[in-house]
Structure formats: C-alpha cells, structure tokens
Write a protein that binds this ligand. Sequence first.
Ligand code: FRU
Length: 483
Amino acid sequence: MSLRVTNARWYPKYHIAAPGGWINDPNGFCFYKGQYHFFYQHHPHSTQWGPMHWGHAVSEDLVHWSHLPIALAPGEEYDRNGCFSGCGIEKDGKLYLMYTGHVDLPERTPEGVGTCQTQNLAVSEDGIHFSKIPENPVIRAPESDEVNQGDFRDPKVWKHGDKYYVVVGSRTPDFSTGQVLLFESDNLIDWKFKSIAMRAEGNEGNMIECPNFSNIEGKDILICSPQGIKREQNMYMNLYQSGYFIGKLDYDTGIYSHGDFELLDYGFDFYAPQFTKIPDGRTIMIAWLQMWYSRLPEDVDGWAGMMTLPREIHMRNGRLFSQPIKELESLRTSEKSYDNQIFYEDTKFDGVEGETGELILEIDLAETKEFEIDLRRSDEEKTVLSYSADLQLFKINRDKAGAGGDGERECPIAAADKMKLQIFLDRSSVEIFINDGEAVMSSRVYPLTEATDIVFVPTSGTFKIDSLKFYTLGEGIPQPVID
Ligand code: FRU
C-alpha cells in the first residue's frame, strides 16, 4: 500500500511533493505533447529511502500540478534494487525515459565495488504508461581503468545535430575523484563511449551525481551534484553540493573545457537539480528541496521531501542567475502593498504574515546598514534572515525555526545602494531570491502552524524599505485529504 499524508501541517500548498512516502531527486523533467512532465525518485511504501520508483506529476503551466500513477518500478534483473535517477526525451512522438538500473552485488569486489549500475530506457506513447525496452541495459560502464565500475548513474540525454548525447555521473576507480562520462548515439538505443568529458580538480569532489547539460545563451552549462567537497570556512557547509560550470563542449573530442565550480544555491536544502529547455526557449530548473540525511520531521505525517519552485536560468555578468518563473504570479490571490517605510524599531505590517505567501521587498541599503527579517515568528520561534553591509553577507539562521535542523548558512552579497528580495513561504520551506536571482537560499523549516508573523528588525538603528508587497498564494499541488 502506498503511504498517504496524515497531517498537512507541513505539506506544501504549491511546491511539488508526493501524495505520500519518500521522495528525492527530480527525474525526467521535460515537455511532451503539450504538458510538462516531472518525475521524481520515490519510495511509495515508506517515508525512508528504499527501492526507488519514479513518481510522476504533470502540469500545463509549471505551476498547477496533478499526480499521475507511478511511472517506473524496480523488477527487472538490471534494476532489481531500484530505478535510479535519469531524464526524459521525446523521439518520434514517443516519450523515452533513460534511468539508472541499480543492483546491489552480494559482496564487494576486491576493488571495493558493491553495485552494478547500468543505463536503461522505458518508452510511452501516452506519457502515462511506460514499458522498459527489450534491449536494456543500453549502456554499461565502459571497461576502462579510468572508470569506476560501480558508481555509474544519472544519465541526461540531449540531441545535438542529428546525434544523441548523454552525460553520466562517475568517479575514478580509486573512488578519489568525480568525473562525467559522455556517450554518443544515432538512435537513442545503441550507444558508444565517447570520452571522460570532465574530471573534478582540487576540491571539486569524489563522485559527481546528476550531471545535466544544456546550452544557455551560447554557453555550455554543466550542472552537477558533487559529493565529497570539503568545507572551506563558511562555504560548502552542506553534506553535498550542487553547482555549475560554464564552458564549451568540443563535440569532436568529447572534452568539456570550463571555468570554476559555482554554487547554485546557498541554503541548507538544495540537491540534484535538473533542468529542461521548454518550447519558448527558457531553461527551467527544479531541485530537491532537501539534503541527504537531514532530519525530516514530516515523516511522522506519512510523507518526506519536496521540490523547489521552478526557476528560470539565465546568464548575467558571466554567472548563472536563477529566478522564480513568471507563471508563479498566477498563484497570487491577494496583495498588500507599502511604500517608503522608514522605522527604528521592530515593525510588522498589517496583512503581511502567513505560513504561505510571497514577499517582495526593495530595501534602501544606503539607509539600512544592517537588518534582520524574522519569518514564521511567534513568541518562541523565528527563522532569521539578516544582512550586514560591513560583512557583505546575507544569512539565514534556523536555530529557533522549530522542529528540524538548526544552524546558519550565508552567501556573499556585495554592498550596494539597494537590495531586492523575493521570498516564498510554503508551510515548511523558505526560498529567498536575492537581487533578481544573483543568489538563492532554499531551506526547510518546521515551525508551528500558528507561527506566522513577519517582523522587520533594524539591527543598526534605521530600516528603510522603498517598497514592500505581500501576496497570499493559492494551491498548486493537490492537497491531502485527511480522514
Ligand atoms: C542523488 C542520488 C543519485 C541516485 C539517486 C538514488 O541524490 O544519489 O545519484 O540516482 O539519488 O535515489
């Protein structure tokens, strides 16, 4: 029996989450026959990770989602311990899913390999029912002394010219260094190993999970989720990271030359992002709003894990910016607006509060050298955002945020005359977009339902807000029926 949500206190109103059970990575995010399809790693029978299935949701606008039946379940020889992460692509009017078949070996090999991972295809003509194809597995780990034979997963396919390419996450045989493998095919079924497209350097990790590749405004962008990056001062404080490289793939040699690794999000909870190009040319990214092995208090309510909002990715000043997609405006149900507010003590604004909602602020930093904004505040609880122009750091602190993890995360934001913040609250999540997507911080928080205040705190005397808007938001995901 699939689990169902038994208490909606932390269940999102407008973020993708499963109807019950465990979820992790986004999978197969694509546009097919007029709808956006979004799949996810899913264990329907438990709130813990287990044999992975692919859950499935569809939407016509990337905002309002409906659940569809589970698309993939483990069961074949090559995927008997799980259908791990992968992608979706349309070919000849059919929707193909490429995923990793995961098998646990009865014991480790002398080289330390404990798994067999292969890439496999499932196909559908209606976008709902999928059949695994008889040719599976279509890609096995290349027998090379530079490729680990166990960790070989998370394919992402795209078409370039008249050929198909796929990147697959990998590491070296000694488990020390992450790398991305590239394969090439004429027909999506027969694949040839092309190259080790890139290998981690310095502190870039010992395994690359979930590589995704896309050309954005003329640059080849690799996003990926490396494991094993070590903390550097207050950077890389999460267990695993997700970030991007900007570069160029040479399709003749298969070599990807690129710049430095940059983070995609500075919050506590962001992993395994996946992006897709949609028909109007935008690149849209969704990630798991979670981090491996963090505490998930919602598991007592029959569910565990949710996704980020869809974000539009674009290049600006040689960096990737991520902004909430404009379609999310259709969720807005009412608006409160305040202009030119200057105050010297803790301040609340009438109608600016809630367990869900969207807050847009333009702050005059010339007058506001330091500030704090307390979200989801009650007498006992608060999730604290703060900025200091002296330190040039924006922070989120969860020490008093309720159940769940605590601690602080920060991101560098240069001092300027103004700062723009767009903040989404959704019962157990906070996403903060700073300066139109220059940096984003995404985190889970688990306050009491009644902790709804938003309090503006002038920590160095003056707080000046040029404009403040607060929107109440409607539903984007079916709400659990609790009996
Ligand atoms: C990333 C990941 C993937 C794998 C999946 C298993 O979070 O570890 O590498 O395919 O999760 O659920």
